[in-house]
Ligand binder design. Structure first.
Ligand code: SAM
Length: 290
């Protein structure tokens, strides 16, 4: 079916299926015809590769992916959309829709079963209410994927792409950089969606790194440090780390010295290398405390 971004077509399909948008599921469907082809191109879908989509909605992006990729699998939580997708994606034999919650699906098993021997990319217009958890799940699970090309709220895009050592950097910006190289691709205005949200969006791409950009002794401790350091942005690193990781101020002070990090620095001023060095030094201090 053509013109899935045409409002009249969407209203007709949804009307015939008695569908009403669910705000709590983040259902804002794309109605700007330029966006999905561009996303499908940017994610690098090709005849030999597979694409995993999250939240196909009525299939507007799915169709563009199916035109380019060897195989497309979409995970859609809302059961009411399954008969709609059967109709709108009828012409494609290389698409499968899985009914499920992306946060609960065993993605390793799904990728193994659905894309044997294929390179896989993720491409999605993500539901806003779980943007960061979905991205972190996809990255933390170390899935065999090459990239994520996702549409998120504009402010979230800026935060996710912010480089450590810059003002906009937060815990999530530092965390994603452990796994991937993020890039802001293009903005998408709020008028591109039905119903129209109160915010603008942007498409970002994460290229998955072969190996982390920094060396840490324990990933768990590194992420705990990142969370603690950025948890209280207005405090100095030494103060927030000491409070949240339960380490004495003296020990944190020493860890900062070992790592060559100023204890009065704010988290947003630290580079990935400094965060990693601090995490290693805190690990050593903890060992010595035992
Ligand atoms: N891809 C469509 C588009 O661009 O028009 C729809 C995007 S809409 C922003 C988000 C979609 O994600 C909706 O179809 C919604 O039902 C689905 N969704 C919401 N929560 C989900 C979850 N936890 N797992 C899978 N899909 C989910």
């Amino acid at each position: 079916m053509n013109q899935l971004s045409d409002i009249a077509v969407i209203r007709d399909v949804l009307g015939r299926h008695g569908f009403h948008f669910s705000k709590s599921l983040g259902q804002n469907f794309l109605v700007n015809p330029g966006v999905c082809p561009r996303m499908a191109e940017e994610c690098g879908a090709g005849p030999e590769s597979g694409v995993l989509e999250i939240g196909p909605g009525i299939g507007v992006l799915t169709a563009e992916l199916a035109r380019r990729a060897g195989r497309v699998v979409g995970i859609e939580l809302d059961q009411r959309l399954l008969p709609v997708l059967d109709e709108t994606l009828e012409e494609f034999s290389n698409v499968k829709i899985v009914n499920g919650d992306v946060m609960k699906v065993d993605l390793h098993a799904l990728l193994r079963e659905e894309f044997p021997g294929m390179q896989v990319a993720v491409c999605a217009n993500l539901p806003y209410y779980i943007t960061s958890p979905v991205i972190m799940k996809l990255l933390e699970e170390k899935l065999p994927i090459t990239s994520l090309t996702v549409m998120v709220q504009k402010e979230a895009a800026e935060r996710l792409c912010a480089a450590p050592g810059t003002r906009q950097c937060g815990a999530v910006s530092a965390a994603v950089r452990y796994y991937a190289e993020p890039r802001l691709l293009f903005g998408v205005g709020r008028g591109s969606f039905l119903p129209q949200p109160n915010v603008d969006s942007a498409v970002i791409r994460f290229d998955i790194l072969d190996r982390p950009p920094v060396e840490v002794d324990s990933e768990k401790d590194f992420f705990a440090l990142v969370k603690a350091a950025f948890g209280q942005r207005r405090k100095t690193v030494a103060n927030s780390v000491s409070a949240l990781l339960g380490l004495s101020k003296d020990r944190v002070q020493r860890a900062c010295e070992r790592a060559g990090v100023s204890p009065t620095a704010r988290a947003e001023q630290l580079t990935m290398e400094e965060l990693a060095a601090l995490s290693r030094a805190i690990g050593q201090e903890k060992e010595e405390e035992k």
